[in-house]
Design a protein around this ligand. Structure first.
Ligand code: 8IG
Length: 269
């Protein structure tokens, strides 16, 4: 599969068919992409009905990144709904093309999901966000110079990160702060000057994944909830340099708390 072959929506439909067949679940209601630090949440959401290695589903790749699992799970929720949990995100920096980046949300939509929960590990620009703090994404700035949309597809991104869903999240934890997510291409972290630029532009969170996925999810007609786990202060905000190992460790120690938070939010969706 290359960037120019076929139709991305057709590929997503094929992926959804494989998921339906192998899981025995005809339609899912809610989909979640679990980023760094959020992986354990899947177990608390409900009962896992099926687990499929991502690379056995059309258009997905196994991740190969430490801290990112590569499973597509179907989970039955207590309210009688089904959640699709995608543990295999393709990042823009992997250079597999923006279609590969959008594939998980397009597949989620093709399985019937109307709500897309996008989670990530990210850097924080607000000093009061200690590593391990979960925050809601209120809006984004896309600095990838790319879009998952092809051709003259004009999509409104007002209220991209649903105010209704953020309200539900705050009904679970009234202390949840929110901020504007700035997506850089990565995979390098930012320079301190780039973090200052993001801050000046109105950004509060820096990451490498969610903005492009959210655009594709909106195109697919889904309502979006975005959650970042601040695993590190962005470069230059903290005096210490960033390391991927520390990012993973911060995620691991926050995991029980944010997993419970996410499960409680999903139960109300
Ligand atoms: I975890 O500081 C994580 N992901 N761009 N910057 C960017 N992505 C991140 C960061 C960060 N931390």
């Amino acid at each position: 599969m290359t960037e120019t072959d076929g139709n991305p929506f057709e590929l997503a439909k094929q992926a959804a068919e494989v998921i339906a067949k192998r899981s025995g679940i005809k339609t899912h209601d809610i989909a979640l992409t679990l980023g760094s630090g959020w992986g354990k949440a899947a177990e608390l959401l409900g009962e896992t009905v099926s687990e499929i290695p991502a690379d056995e589903v059309p258009g997905f790749f196994s991740s190969g990144i430490p801290g990112h699992s590569g499973l597509i799970r179907s989970i039955s929720l207590s309210q009688g709904k089904h959640a699709l949990v995608v543990g295999a995100r393709t990042h823009f920096y992997e250079d597999k093309g923006v279609r590969a980046v959008a594939h998980s949300v397009r597949t989620a939509a093709a399985t019937g999901a109307t709500i897309m929960v996008l989670t990530n590990g990210a850097g924080g620009i607000k000093e009061q966000w200690k590593p391990g703090t979960p925050v809601l994404i209120s809006d984004h700035i896309n600095l990838t110079a790319s879009s998952p949309l092809e051709g003259a597809t004009f999509i409104d991104l007002t209220d991209l990160y649903s105010a209704r869903l953020r309200e539900i999240a705050r009904s679970v934890d009234s202390g949840l702060d929110e901020g504007v997510y700035v997506q850089f291409r990565g995979p390098h972290y930012e320079t301190p000057a780039e973090v200052q630029m993001a801050k000046t532009m109105g950004g509060h969170i820096v990451g490498m994944s969610t903005a492009l996925e959210a655009i594709a999810a909106r195109e697919a007609g889904m309502e979006i909830l975005g959650l970042s786990l601040i695993t590190n202060l962005a470069a230059g905000i903290s005096p210490n340099p960033l390391s991927h190992k520390e990012v993973i460790e911060a995620g691991q120690s926050a995991e029980p708390v944010i997993s419970k938070l996410l499960a409680e939010i999903v139960a109300k969706l």
